[in-house]
Design a protein. Structure first.
Length: 523
């Protein structure tokens, strides 16, 4: 049997569904309510829509016939898939990310950090340094925007998030006293694939034909140090230039009472212990005509982290300004000169939060990485998130009731971390609805009407059920069909719900494993 799939003629076995053929050919079609072992498919989500012989059909349940013409990636198909996702999102209520993480400029996974501290998990330093390379520093100087939105404050005060972050950083430094670790820290970050070992786009090659893999970072303040750290982790060769003898920038202007120099120096050493070529007291005048072009002859990219700079100097360097401010590409940190990027207080107010500068450094590093691989600036994909919004006091009390777990030890930090309400979705990493909604840039409130349903959370052993996240795909019912007690739909129409007999132990762990929206999840 032959069919035409997105303009290509394909061989297929008789009786195979369009989705089956797509998967055999490596063609990606999104699904939510489909599982190979559950037949017949329910076709309830309609995110696998394709156009077959001029008609929109669900790919999971439509058997291909000889000569069929299938379109799976047209604007029309994508628009209808997006609409299907938006309809599901209109009745999907939950927080993908906790409010504290959304409020953190660095987007630290705060709930995960707190769980790891509570459980005594040494991997907590790795979690923190995924987004913050200077936790002992920021734990002392951050103005705590995360704690301002902590829901625990409605009960007995916010969780001491910054103090917990400081504890993680201090514990990491204390674990290697007197230089007992090569990099001054027990945590040694993994670096990415070396840029010179991989095929690169032609735009990344110099006139010699060799890959221009080096990146120069000018300025060793919070954003420059952060950028150097993450560029190195991404596999790039970094040269970092500081204008003063000691790196740290405005961090060195803070009071010893606020930030002891011993802490600052120790954390900077953990960064500079990476394969970063650091050159202090290098007074590079990139403001002169042609200076940036000269740098681009030697480096694949230039990142400016020099702090505030007057408009006249920027114009002399050949960079475009608008209303006296440096023009920066949205979501890329790229300037008007290809290969030149800028971040930190060079593009923001000099009073910007230090944590914001640190976050800018990481985001600029990621943008440069995308530029080097693709040959052009590519904006970061916006974080997709469903949000519950403001909770009632009754809902907050419910969160407190279901989140109470004994800490692994009786230490002060473990007890403090155990106060976290865990507002985040712990099934986020496997949530297919989140994945597809982000891919199709779905709008969370396009079809939402009126107020949301009240927050509801039920626990049975290590299984958690959040009815507000359920999209009624029926997979949990299908996989528990032969079990007793089983799961079933209750009600009709808009009132239909999954019935879970929590008066008896819920033991359908497979249902929790295959739930596409983490409405059922395992602790």
């Amino acid at each position: 049997m032959k069919i035409i799939f997105d303009g290509k003629e394909l061989e297929a076995s008789a009786g195979t569904t369009i989705l089956g053929i797509a998967r055999q050919q490596g063609i990606k079609i999104p699904t939510l309510c489909f599982l190979e072992t559950c037949t017949p498919p329910s076709t309830s989500c309609l995110v696998c829509l394709v156009k077959a012989d001029g008609k929109m059909v669900p790919a999971c349940a439509t058997v291909a016939v000889d000569g069929m013409a299938v379109e799976s990636e047209t604007d029309e198909v994508r628009r209808l898939r997006k609409a299907s996702l938006e309809l599901l999102l209109s009745d999907h209520h939950g927080d993908c990310y906790a409010p504290c993480q959304m409020a953190c400029p660095a987007k630290l996974d705060i709930p995960l950090m707190l769980r790891q501290i509570r459980d005594g998990n040494v991997a907590v330093i790795e979690t923190v340094k995924e987004t913050i390379p200077l936790p002992a520093v920021l734990g002392r100087v951050c103005p705590k925007p995360c704690e301002k939105v902590c829901r625990r404050k409605e009960i007995d005060g916010p969780v001491a998030i910054c103090e917990m972050k400081r504890h993680v950083g201090d514990a990491d430094l204390a674990s290697c006293p007197n230089g007992s670790c090569p990099n001054g820290s027990r945590f040694s970050p993994k670096t990415g694939v070396s840029f010179g070992e991989t095929d690169l786009p032609s735009a990344s090659f110099g006139e010699t034909g060799l890959p221009k893999q080096r990146v120069v970072v000018i300025g060793a303040g919070p954003s420059g140090l952060s950028a150097a750290f993450y560029l190195t982790r991404l596999g790039h060769r970094v040269e970092l230039y500081g204008q003063k003898r000691q790196p740290g920038g405005r961090l060195r202007t803070l009071s010893e009472d606020v930030l002891p120099l011993s802490v600052l120096d120790a954390e900077i050493r953990t960064i500079l212990s990476l394969p970063i070529d650091y050159y202090p007291e290098e007074h590079i005048d990139w403001t002169q005509p042609g200076a940036l072009d000269d740098m681009l002859n030697s480096f694949a990219a230039v990142l400016l982290c020099t702090g505030p700079c007057d408009a006249e100097s920027l114009e002399r360097s050949g960079l475009e300004l608008r209303d006296g401010r440096l023009v920066i590409g949205h979501g890329t940190f790229s300037t008007s000169k290809p290969g030149v990027f800028a971040t930190g207080t060079l593009i923001r107010s000099a009073a910007a939060m230090i944590v914001r500068s640190v976050a800018d450094g990481r985001e600029a590093a990621e943008s440069i990485d995308r530029f080097l691989w693709n040959g052009k600036p590519i904006p970061a994909v916006p974080t997709f998130a469903v949000k519950l919004g403001k909770l009632t006091r009754e809902e907050i009390d419910l969160l407190a009731d279901v989140s109470q777990d004994e800490p692994a030890t009786d230490s002060d930090v473990a007890r403090e971390s155990a106060r976290c309400l865990h507002c985040d979705c712990r099934g986020r990493e496997k949530c297919q609805l989140l994945k597809h909604a982000a891919t199709y840039r779905a709008e969370t409130n396009r079809f939402a009407e009126g107020s949301r349903r009240p927050l509801e959370i039920r626990r049975s052993g290590d299984i958690v059920f959040e009815p507000g996240k359920c999209i009624k795909c029926g997979l949990c019912i299908a996989v528990s069909r032969d079990a007793a007690p089983g799961l079933a739909f209750h009600g009709r129409g808009f009132n239909v719900r999954i019935g879970v007999p929590f008066d008896e132990p819920l033991e359908h762990r497979e249902a929790a494993r295959i739930c596409p929206t983490a409405a059922l999840s395992l602790e």
